[in-house]
Design a protein around this ligand. Sequence first.
Ligand SMILES: *Cc1c(COP(=O)(O)O)cnc(C)c1O
Length: 397
Amino acid sequence: MNKPAIEGGEPVRSNKIYYSHQYIDDADVEAVVRVLRGDYLTCGPQIEETERRLCEVTGARYAVLCSSGTSALHMACMAAGVGEGDEVITTPITFAASANCALYCGGRPVFADIDEKTWQLDPACVEEKITERTKAVVAVDFGGQSVDHDRFLALREKYGFVYIEDGAHVIGSSYKGRKSGSIADMTTLSFHPVKTICGGEGGAVLTDNEAFYQRLLLYRSHGITRDPSRMEHVPDGPWYYEQVALAPNYRITDMQAALIASQLDKLDRFAARKKMLRKKYDEAFSEIPQLIVQRETEGSDSVRHLYILRLNPEKLSIDRARFFEAMGEENIVCNVHYIPTYWFPYYEKLGYARGLCPRAERLYEHMITIPFYYAMTDEDADDVIRAVQKLCKYYAV
Ligand SMILES: *Cc1c(COP(=O)(O)O)cnc(C)c1O
């Protein structure tokens, strides 16, 4: 079924463009250097300062910075009380960390299918998977648009699970006038360089709940407390601290925290530019019969993190693998987000089998992530559009 490569002609651009890239300016560099010249490289004043900024930007009451989006998810599951035999419902179309966090706690990830149009975890499918063992739901704002919070909040009222939002893609977005990060019981963020805000590595958990906040502080650093009011024994001196739970070292450095704060100063700029780029792509791709674009969740004002095209196999003579390769030949290096988590050998060995979430699996077969990030130019975006148009026309059926 696959035709050979497009014969002759030049690629749409001569140098490669990748699906994502961070943007670092002089202010970012200076912010990091300032920390390096100071007294604290970790556990210093920059941590609380950046946490305060995160609360400002997201509307959350508390923020706990940590080493990655993955550790944020683990800390959130620990704070939610996920333990042996508990079930945590999530989407298969996500990075593996959204489900792994349940396994870290001895729990079991349960996969629910996605919505056909928004490609988000579908609340109706989640409800079908709820049992008396359901401890938490991890909803992922896939691609940067908000999940259908109102419906998840209604389910939470009805069944009483802890509602965790994996907001690795969502910073800057809002839902029905509320900023992402202040809606779910806990929202986790990631500051990996491909995400909207870059910290090199880094993550955070946001919450309005004081009890969760106190647990998150403990779980960030070995389960150790220095707060006498939280100790079981009477301190025998000012050096005294207590380990009251078991947790890893999930701290972040002050250099990373400074970089994150400096990046947050640019969030409005990042958001405005990404909205423009997204509009340009939506306009170019919506009318092409070979393509299906991601539809918006009702009420979401999104800052997209990823721009994903779904190929319409009925209108194309090539499959996704060949389309991906042909984009590469045009010097547009794409990616795929994501392989259904339970397809991985590790999950297969735990007893998960293909066919669990048919809509998610069908989406996976046809999706491709094209370059989309703040630092790309209008010319870059035009090149991407021209390459997609070229392939859709050449391989149209
Ligand atoms: C990036 C990402 C994570 C993990 O974040 P890290 O900072 O890389 O650990 C988790 N969930 C989703 C949806 C992500 O995209």
